[in-house]
Design a protein. Structure first.
Lengths: 212, 236
């Protein structure tokens, strides 16, 4: 597996002129691989549009931070605002694409990412608003959990963050699209076979035979 | 017209069992001095209303109120950054009221704007349905949430004039919204300037919403505090 494969693969989904909100972790990392000719406007839900890399030491502004309260810079043409404006962008359908991580995704495009009963309690944060409001939803995650269990399920078993919203799933094994009639394999990661993907995926893959 | 008072005087406005809105976002743009005063005064059984918990790892800003066990209830969208807070919620020492972040924001906005409810499609098909009332409008399902108000809001801005007009320097995040939604609004600022220095088109929160102004750390002091925090947590 090439280093940072998932982040680099996400970057291919960016199109010129898009307004995008990236989740923490691998999705945020993907911004490092946006081609220079592609101009993407990054939004952060705490109230910023068109932010850039982190500042040099000594040049930070205590009030310019991302949603994780980490220092960032604003690019020329950028804007800062309050969270009501920010969530009007998000919930109101003004953001073209969001990329998020997940604990589980299913073949109906539902996603579980915020809670494991008895184990993980963080609150949903802005995830439900982003998943509902963004025009295109991409899930980026490892294909299986740390025990090797499939994370792409027939039906999510964990509490949902949103129902029927996911468009594309990018993993370390494959790229899968969620259509109305189910899940379609679109791409295999380097060195991965279709039968391996079938074996590691609990959900039905409608077109798996075309790949085998 | 807002009145300038000391942080020591301002903290007396907050009583045991008060509900307190705290502006900021996971540690950024928070009223640091007022939080320290609340810790020093050991005000107990607070209902804290904040968009998230404190800075990642806990023990910083709002995390100090958690460590000092001053909170009875937390109304928020996210607690994942503070492990101490999560522990107290799991041990049922703190009651937790969650809503999706955009919904939380609108509930506070509704509280300040005289509205009766927030009606949103976010959370349909999830267990958030159990936290609200489901209604139909034009054959589409929505969730109805009640507004949120507080006894006191402590918010953070860059500058204030003596009329209480506030100016922000970066992301104002929850501060201008919370400024509308409490009986007593205390603004902690880096600098207090003469009327007219904050020109009308750069006012972020009009003084009508602000009751008290408190001198906090200066901008340079705050920059030092945050750079040290960011460097010690490998963010800068």
């Amino acid at each position: 597996m090439p280093k940072n494969y998932i982040a680099k693969r996400i970057a291919k989904e960016f199109k010129d002129g898009m307004y995008v909100n990236l989740g923490i972790g691998i999705p945020t990392e993907s911004a490092n691989y946006i081609p220079e000719v592609t101009h993407v406007y990054l939004q952060t839900e705490n109230g910023g549009l068109m932010f850039g890399p982190k500042p040099q030491r000594g040049e930070s502004n205590p009030d310019i931070a991302n949603a994780g309260a980490e220092p960032i810079t604003m690019l020329p043409g950028g804007a800062v605002f309050d969270v009501a404006t920010s969530f009007a962008m998000i919930r109101g359908g003004h953001i073209d694409m969001t990329v998020v991580g997940a604990l589980e995704v299913d073949q109906e495009g539902s996603i579980a990412s915020w809670k494991i009963p008895g184990k993980l309690l963080t609150g949903m944060g802005g995830a439900m608003d982003l998943l509902y409001g963004c025009k295109e939803v991409i899930v980026a995650m490892t294909h299986t959990d740390k025990y090797g269990h499939p994370k792409i399920r027939k039906k999510c078993t964990l509490p949902l963050t949103a129902a029927g919203v996911v468009d594309l799933i990018i993993t370390d094994k494959a790229v899968l699209r969620v259509n109305k009639d189910g899940l379609y394999l679109e791409e295999l990661a380097p060195g991965v076979t279709a039968s391996e993907v079938k074996q590691l995926t609990e959900a039905e893959i409608v077109n798996i035979e075309d790949w085998e | 017209m807002a009145m300038q008072i000391t942080p020591e005087e301002a903290v007396k406005k907050i009583k045991n069992k008060s509900s307190v809105m705290i502006g900021g976002f996971l540690g950024a743009a928070v009223p640091l001095v007022m939080i320290d005063k609340m810790v020093a005064e050991k005000i107990k059984d607070l209902t804290v209303i904040s968009i998230g918990a404190g800075y990642r790892g806990g023990g910083v800003d709002i995390g100090k109120l958690v460590l000092n066990r001053q909170i009875a209830k937390y109304i928020t969208a996210h607690v994942g950054t503070d492990p101490n807070l999560i522990k107290q919620i799991v041990n049922q020492e703190i009651e937790l009221e969650l809503s999706p972040m955009g919904t939380f924001v609108e509930r506070v906005r509704a509280g300040g704007a005289g509205l009766g409810a927030v009606v949103t499609p976010v959370g349909i098909g999830t267990e958030v349905e159990d936290m609200a009332e489901k209604i139909m409008i034009d054959e589409k399902e929505y969730l109805l949430f009640r507004p949120i108000r507080a006894d006191v809001a402590i918010i953070k801005a860059y500058r204030s004039d003596s009329l209480g007009n506030l100016q922000y320097k970066g992301m104002s995040n929850t501060n201008p919204i919370m400024a509308t939604a409490a009986d007593i609004v205390i603004a902690e600022v880096d600098e207090i300037v003469e009327v007219g220095e904050i020109t009308c088109e750069t006012v972020g929160t009009p003084g009508i919403f602000v009751d008290y102004i408190v001198q906090g750390h200066t901008y340079e002091e705050r920059k030092e505090i945050y750079e040290a925090l960011w460097i010690s947590t490998n963010k800068l």
